[in-house]
Design a protein around this ligand. Structure first.
Ligand code: ACO
Length: 428
């Protein structure tokens, strides 16, 4: 962990006591008060629902400036990575801190191939899920099941890390494609060693015994980009869950499985599925009446929220949404696909950006607003969108988990509370 820059002390006065708390800053000049001594010396705890102001760690992985709309993995701008790299290179970057050289890339890809098959006994799990099972439920179960099938890799040490990363990446890809095949009653398609990571996924999704399938290079490029956009986002809800579970010394697979469940929620990665469902509803039920939907989203007596809009950290346009929006237009053009939901999404975005309610709260489209439209054009079904997000996020979760394991300040995650229930009483 790099040394932080010490900036002096902040003074807190309460109940006749004064305490000085160290202030420090990170490499991009974000400032923090170190409150570790607070409770011991004053009896006070901090109250911060949703951890809006709470830094849980120091991290060298991902930098976000939510006001300026900046996102960097290990110092590289998200646009640069999405433009010039493949997803597996970015996965390597997140975990190892540097982009792979030719040889490292080759070794990593070989690992991805050699660990790509799912244990036969795991494959049979799919037979016992109902056809309508949500693939996020299956994916989470598959992730934790890996700990029973490959317990030798449960160690928290960095050794074997490439094997654990590639095993998770390639087996989760297979599990995702198998759950789709199961849901439509088709036989599964095994991974192939002659295909790249993204080509393999598309082949497992769309090849059938009666139809050959050649992955479209437009879709392969788009998938690489989408997975890169999803790959990490510092201490978000699912990454924090992964780390919270890992902080109890639970193994990596169990931690990732929990992260998948956290990502599933519609306020987090689940929003990409809900965006498309919302757009479909507006088109069919509300006859494309965007104004009506905007009014509903603003109505404080209505729990409805615009899906794919707003973000805890970004108070300007989400840089991932910018890339996703451009890519959506490009991919649909190149594939010659016309989708009325794209026009509707653009109309909705314009209405959001022009409306004082959204402007005054700094609410902009987030990553989930446009990604689903591209997945849809690629033929990926709506209930698989969050699964795609999860596959992309695996390297980020692993990188965050490993960093936590090596953090000298790391301790089991255990927030406190302010109790407001009944005081002591007796059963009469
Ligand atoms: N539609 C309407 N109003 C919204 C929306 C929205 N999508 N998002 C936030 N607001 C309003 C809130 O009602 C609140 O208004 P108020 O100040 O009058 O009470 C204000 O904006 C601030 O919202 P919070 O809920 O306090 O913001 P928070 O940071 O807690 O939540 C979140 C962020 C969960 C992303 C929220 O914006 C939201 O629910 N968005 C829709 C779901 C979504 O797209 N999630 C994906 C996020 S990206 C990701 O996780 C991968």
């Amino acid at each position: 962990m790099s040394e932080v820059n010490k900036l002096g002390k902040a003074t807190l006065k309460f109940d006749g006591k004064t305490i000085e708390l160290p202030v420090f800053e990170g490499s991009e000049h974000e400032k923090a008060i170190d409150i570790r001594r607070l409770r011991k010396e004053t009896g006070l705890i901090t109250y911060d629902p949703g951890f809006v102001n709470t830094g849980s760690c120091q991290s060298e992985i991902t930098y976000i400036d939510g006001e300026k709309g900046i996102l960097r993995y290990r110092g590289y701008d998200i646009n640069d990575l999405a433009e010039k790299c493949e997803f597996v290179e970015v996965a390597y970057l997140l975990v190892h801190g540097k982009l792979p050289g030719k040889k490292q890339h080759q070794i990593f890809s070989t690992h991805l191939n050699s660990h790509s098959m799912l244990h036969e006994d795991m494959r049979h799990f799919f037979d016992n899920y109902p056809d309508h099972a949500h693939p996020m439920a299956t994916l989470s179960a598959m992730a934790v099941s890996l700990s029973s099938f490959y317990p030798e890799l449960e160690t928290s040490k960095k050794e074997n890390i490439d094997i654990r990363v590639t095993r998770l990446l390639s087996k989760m890809r297979a599990a995702a494609a198998f759950s789709y095949k199961k849901s439509i009653g088709h036989p599964i398609v095994q991974p192939r060693h002659d295909l790249s990571y993204c080509e393999n996924f598309l082949n497992m999704m769309f090849r059938t015994p009666v139809n050959g399938y050649e992955p479209d290079p437009v879709c392969v490029r788009a998938l690489n980009k989408l997975l890169i956009l999803h790959a990490d986002h510092e201490q978000n809800c699912s990454a924090s869950v992964v780390k919270m579970v890992g902080s109890s010394d639970a193994n990596l697979y169990a931690s990732i499985s929990a992260g998948i469940c956290a990502l599933w929620g519609p306020l987090h990665g689940g929003a990409n599925q809900h965006v498309i469902e919302m757009l479909e509803r507006i088109l069919k039920k509300d006859r494309g009446n965007v104004k009506k939907v905007i009014e509903r989203a603003k109505d404080k007596n209505d729990s409805f929220r615009l899906m794919g809009v707003g973000h805890r950290v970004y108070k300007s346009y989400d840089p991932r949404a910018k890339v996703a929006k451009q890519m959506c237009t490009d991919v649909l053009d190149q594939m010659g696909v016309k989708d009325p939901l794209v026009d509707l999404a653009q109309e909705l975005e314009e209405a959001v950006l022009a409306d004082d309610y959204f402007k005054s709260r700094s609410l902009y489209p987030n990553i989930d607003f446009y990604t689903g439209l591209t997945y849809r054009a690629m033929g990926i079904p709506t209930n698989m969108f969050t699964v795609m997000f999860a596959i992309g996020r695996i390297p980020g979760w692993i990188a965050q988990w490993l960093e936590m394991k090596e953090d000298p300040d790391g301790r089991i995650g255990r927030p406190r509370q302010v109790y407001t229930g009944p005081t002591k009483r007796k059963v009469s």
